[in-house]
Write a protein that binds this ligand. Structure first.
Ligand code: TGC
Ligand code: FAD
Length: 393
């Protein structure tokens, strides 16, 4: 095939199963055919390519690990990671749509939903017939979601939901929203809010200079009547949404590495073709230093993610291990995007190359699902036993 070959300096592919490689090839072929030719246009116009939803479902990008009995592909965690890597090698916004649907909508319904909720929503979410979003962040509560003020009150067979969520991926077109809100005792619960419920609106967020091919919006709840049967019964407390973040952060860690690989590949190719002072710029030591550092970081991250995938499949990955991988992938991807941009000189700022788009996208990726500094504090707490998230003032 004329499919791209990704960097694999330590033969990590030898450690993958045939099924994992097939899943990756299917995602890669689909992205190349359907997305690569149109992504720049959507990025520039700041539109989400909705017509891709069906194809995303077909390659298994929606809930890759959701069991077949609920309409999912029933794949393992490494396959999930590889699909996210292929999507984000093209565009972080494309991967975002799949991450949210998989880990922030399907995962909580699968893990904490009733059997009726699973049967009602999961098969349609797996195909993309239903699209979902996840409302945790609020205007005044981003890194500190435990402080949320969105709340619901008991009203017989339903509850009344009030409040607002901000920065919600997929919100403008989602059919359902998994929303985290406090009950009258201040305990956090997940509720499935459906488009069309009176008092529920999803205004789009404009002016984003990052993740432009992904639709972002608010969720506004003005006395929304939500039937009690839409409350996720399986788990309450902040740990419930945070466990969904574990799943999403796992996928993002693989995804951001995909963006890094794309930047590296382009920089390597350009460094062999672009001639200055009579020689390819790749013959200069300073260019080689950049490329050598890039492939070193990519290789380290590939090994870290493979091991994390094995741990996750065995049910042994800790939240702190996932957090470290998310932070590391985002950090190295951003550094690699910046260095790749330098190697391209002026050409690097144009849309002829995807580098500047990746760089701008990665500014969202390093911020959402826990900022770089929040993840540093998670590792810091894990190794010292001291929480440094709050301090007396
Ligand atoms: P803390 O007191 O540490 O914990 C509260 C309870 O939660 C438990 N817990 C976890 N459970 C499961 N998984 C995890 N990762 C967990 N982390 C903590 C913890 O054991 C405790 O349980 P219990 O039973 O004792 O109550 O909570 P804290 O308020 O101090 O906050 C900790 C902190 C700062 C790490 C957390 O709030 C955090 O991760 N903040 C970052 C917020 C964040 O990541 N938001 C993401 C929003 S969604 C998003 O960005 C989607 S973008 C998707 C896209 O487009 O791709
Ligand atoms: P803040 O929490 O206000 O942080 C500002 C700065 O303060 C950061 O540098 C941060 O690291 C630092 N800081 C905060 N607390 C501490 C501390 N204790 N110690 C040291 N430094 C600290 N959310 C959802 O719920 N669903 C979504 O689908 C979703 N999609 C998103 C899509 C995009 C494009 C973006 C940009 C965001 C999205 N988010 C979503 C929200 C995202 O999770 C938050 O932006 C993120 O958690 C950070 O919150 P904040 O923006 O309020 O920043």
């Amino acid at each position: 095939t004329d499919l791209y070959t990704h960097p694999d300096y330590y033969n990590v592919d030898d450690l993958l199963t045939d099924e994992q490689k097939l899943v990756r090839e299917a995602a890669r072929a689909w992205v190349k055919k359907e997305v690569s030719p149109i992504i720049d246009e959507h990025y520039e116009k700041a539109t989400f390519p909705k017509h891709l939803i069906k194809g995303l479902g077909e390659i298994g990008a929606f809930g890759p690990y959701i069991p077949e009995q609920y309409g999912g592909p029933g794949l393992d965690q490494i396959s999930y990671g590889l699909i996210m890597q292929e999507l984000e090698r093209c565009d972080s916004g494309l991967r975002s749509t799949a991450s949210v649907q998989s880990s922030l909508v399907m995962y909580p319904i699968w893990k904490y939903g009733s059997e009726e909720q699973r049967m009602k929503y999961l098969p349609k979410l797996a195909t993309g017939e239903f699209m979902g979003c996840f409302g945790l962040t609020e205007p005044d509560h981003g890194s500190n979601p435990g402080g949320m003020i969105t709340n619901f009150k008991d009203a017989g067979d339903h509850v009344i939901l009030n409040g607002a969520k901000m920065w919600i991926s997929n919100a403008p077109f989602a059919d359902i929203a998994v929303v985290w809100a406090k009950n009258e005792e201040g305990r956090i619960h997940g509720l499935i809010v459906e488009r069309g419920m009176e008092g529920f609106t999803t205004p789009e967020t404009h002016g984003k200079l990052s993740l432009r091919a992904s639709a972002t919006g608010e969720l506004v709840f003005d006395n929304v009547k939500v039937p009690k049967e839409n409350i996720l019964p399986g788990r309450s407390g902040l740990g419930a949404p945070l466990s969904c973040l574990d799943s999403a952060r796992f996928g993002i860690a693989w995804g951001a590495l995909g963006a890094a690989m794309d930047c590296y590949d382009q920089a390597l190719r350009y460094s062999k073709e672009r001639v200055q002072f009579g020689v390819p710029i790749g013959a200069f030591q300073l260019t080689q230093k950049k490329l050598a550092e890039m492939i070193t970081e990519i290789t380290k991250a590939q090994l870290l993610l493979l091991r994390l995938g094995q741990l996750r499949d065995a049910g042994k990955a800790t939240s702190a291990q996932i957090s470290m991988a998310k932070r590391n992938s985002c950090e190295i991807a951003l550094n690699i995007a910046r260095e790749a941009r330098q190697i391209h000189g002026g050409m690097g700022i144009t849309s002829e190359y995807s580098i500047m788009r990746h760089m701008a996208n990665l500014e969202s990726v390093v911020t959402y699902e826990g900022t770089h500094d929040i993840h540093l504090l998670i590792t810091g707490m894990d190794v010292t036993g001291f929480s440094a998230f709050t301090r007396e003032m």
